[in-house]
Design a protein around this ligand. Structure first.
Ligand code: ADP
Ligand code: MG
Length: 612
């Protein structure tokens, strides 16, 4: 199938990942081979050295941890390497993420036969350049040639239909995942939807609740009913038992989102001290779970309050809270959040499934992203009539113009031919009427579009006798709404100066792509050919203007003495240009007039591995 827009959206999550597509005006979430809409973001090597992604990998996490990798999203953009006991290879976070992406792609191919070559991929609002870069790399490794990134809260807002025309509207995305929590304030301004503030905690999420259930309920019950010595999580002897307990806890927790109580029954937990099967049987009540979850909910609420107050926003300024992430399916959490005194007191929106909302929003965005037509595949029968369309896939106009040119395979004259555009889903269906082509095949006409949803148009080409002719593309979509630009810079970006301050080329929130030039002077002398002597231009990210060392170094452009043709005295002029493209790649260039030479270095955007 040839597509004129990207259409596929992927939520590449820390715990679970999902792929969705915009089909006409509807978003469809794909189920994986096992019938689930979400695939655990985990990778496991089995005994035969085969690599598995998904549920089977997740299930081996606790008892075969040496051959399993999970939560690698948290390491994206670092130099961390994952090792597997059963395989000599080491894998970087982006390679592991690529395996997850490949698995999602394969699920689509299995269901529809289509190979996904382009997809919008979501990233947390907190992702900085190296992490975005690693995500792009993962996409590339998975064979996605086009992969614009979209911030997760923006995707959630799109899925919730954030189309406000008012300047004043803010939404709060509350995203509690498996092991991470993110809160983001979203606003529409100047027709652009953006994250105006965000915060979070990478050690807060559903997994922590599961372990609380294990530690404070299951373990005491197991020890009471069986003879188990030194039965604790860190003891390698009980590793398999704890893996089972963790799974049972998660399943019970999920059941309790719907039922008032959940049975936990395990006929064989492990062998006890005497070699007898240890059993576990108990009933977990919703109230017990709520008590365990309470401290985590409180922590998340405090983060939300902080994110709001940093922007001088009160709960009353926020129109609604969007619930994202599996744990937000807990009724207690919802009630607790909505509570005016103890929670946020902001109306909640749970009209969208929190487990797939991000992928669906990504697909909606993907439907607005044009795809350059691919060269026809050799051997495929080309459609005899090719239409090159010229239109904006998204805009504020409800009667947008569309122009284009039809070309016939044999170069035949197209006088008397017509095109017509049909918006079938409109009530009543809307037709443009037949628009005549010029002898060269060109046309221009206005469309009619409904607000609040993507409008799909069928293209009908007719020859001079009025008979329909096949053409490609045969459909395209247009959405009335916000022009969603690429996410702006989440942190200020600039260079470190010799006096320890930062020159911010782009303040936080700058829309991308962006480019700026600044003229500076060197502070050191660099002698031609003198090894070790160099001019360094450190590129940094962060908000500390006065103490540049408190910011994150993203890379350094170095002009070494071996590469200059003559000596440079201190105080030489140097023109620094930084360009950040829409996918957040940074290119830094330095032009030195005295040498009439330009130096460019592709910055390697990598964070040093976090110190344990
Ligand atoms: P991530 O964004 O980290 O990839 P998800 O949004 O997929 O994570 O959330 C995964 C978490 O949601 C897991 O801890 C899982 O146990 C929990 N979860 C899934 N469904 C439910 C449910 N119905 N009730 C409560 N928790 C749930
Ligand atoms: Mg998520």
């Amino acid at each position: 199938m040839s597509r004129s827009t990207i259409d596929f959206g992927i939520d590449l999550g820390t715990t679970n990942s999902t792929i969705a597509v915009l089909a006409g005006t509807e978003v469809q979430v794909f189920r994986n081979n096992e019938g689930f809409e979400t695939t655990p973001s985990a990778v496991w090597y089995d005994k035969g050295g085969r690599l598995f992604v998904g549920r089977r990998a997740k299930e081996r996490l606790e008892d075969d941890g040496d051959n399993t990798a999970a939560e690698f999203k948290l390491q994206m953009g670092t130099t961390t390497e994952y090792r597997f006991a059963r395989d000599t290879r080491t894998m970087r976070p982006e390679q592991l993420s690529a395996e997850v992406l490949k698995s999602l792609k394969a699920d689509v191919t299995q269901r529809t036969g289509e190979e996904v070559r382009a997809a919008v991929i979501t990233v947390p609002a907190a992702f900085e350049l190296p992490q975005c870069e690693a995500t792009k790399k993962a996409a590339e490794l998975a064979g996605l040639t086009v992969s614009p990134l979209l911030q997760e809260p923006v995707a959630a807002a799109l899925a919730h239909g954030f189309q406000s025309e008012s300047e004043k509207v803010f939404w709060l995305a509350y995203d509690l995942g498996g092991g991470t929590f993110d809160a983001a304030v979203i606003q529409v301004r100047d027709g652009t939807i953006r994250v105006v503030n965000h915060g979070g905690d990478n050690h807060l999420g559903g997994k922590l609740i599961d372990w609380e259930i294990v530690d404070s309920i299951l373990v005491p019950a197991a020890v009471r009913d069986n003879q188990l010595t030194d039965f604790r999580r860190g003891n390698p002897k009980w590793r398999a038992a704890f893996a089972k307990l963790k799974q049972a806890a998660e399943q019970a927790k999920i059941r309790l989102s719907r039922d008032p109580s959940a049975e936990i029954l395990m006929d064989f937990l492990c062998q006890d001290d005497r070699g007898q099967p240890a059993r576990l049987e108990l009933e977990l009540k919703r109230g017990e779970l709520e008590a365990l979850a309470e401290p985590f909910i409180v922590r998340s609420i405090n983060i939300c309050r902080k994110v709001l107050s940093e922007k001088r926003l009160a709960p009353g300024d926020i129109e609604r809270v969007l619930l994202v992430g599996g744990p937000t399916l807990m009724t207690y959490l919802r009630d607790r959040l909505a509570d005016p005194a103890q929670g946020l007191g902001i109306p909640l929106d749970f009209g969208q499934d929190p487990l797939t909302v991000v992928a669906r929003g990504a697909a909606i965005f993907a439907g607005t992203q044009r795809l350059e037509a691919e060269a026809p595949v050799a051997g495929a029968t080309p459609s005899p009539y090719a239409i090159s369309l010229d239109y904006k896939p998204v805009g504020a106009d409800t009667e947008p113009l569309v122009g284009g040119k039809v070309s016939a395979a044999g170069g035949q004259i197209l006088a008397g031919y017509t095109v017509e555009f049909v918006n079938e889903a409109a009530r009543p269906p809307w037709r443009s009427g037949k628009v005549g082509l010029s002898p060269e095949g060109t046309f221009v006409t206005a469309l009619w579009a409904e607000k609040g949803r993507p409008n799909a148009y069928r293209v009908e080409l007719c020859d001079s006798s009025g008979s329909a002719r096949p053409c490609a593309p045969a459909t395209f979509t247009y959405t009335v709404g916000l022009a969603i630009t690429d996410p702006p810079l989440t942190l200020s970006l600039g260079i470190a100066l010799a006096d320890g301050t930062m020159e911010a080329f782009f303040p936080k929130g700058t829309p991308l792509p962006a480019r700026r030039r600044s003229i500076r002077r060197t502070t050191v002398e660099v002698r031609k050919g003198q090894t070790g002597s160099l001019i360094a231009i450190p590129v940094v990210e962060g908000e500390n203007r006065n103490r540049v060392d408190r910011n994150q170094l993203v890379g350094t452009l170095e002009i070494s003495a071996d590469h200059i043709r003559r000596d440079l005295p201190p105080g030489s002029e140097i023109e620094v240009t930084i360009e950040v493209d829409a996918s957040r790649l940074v290119r830094t260039r330095a032009y030195i007039p005295l040498l009439d030479e330009e130096f460019e270095k592709v910055i390697k955007l990598e964070k040093a591995g976090a110190d344990p």
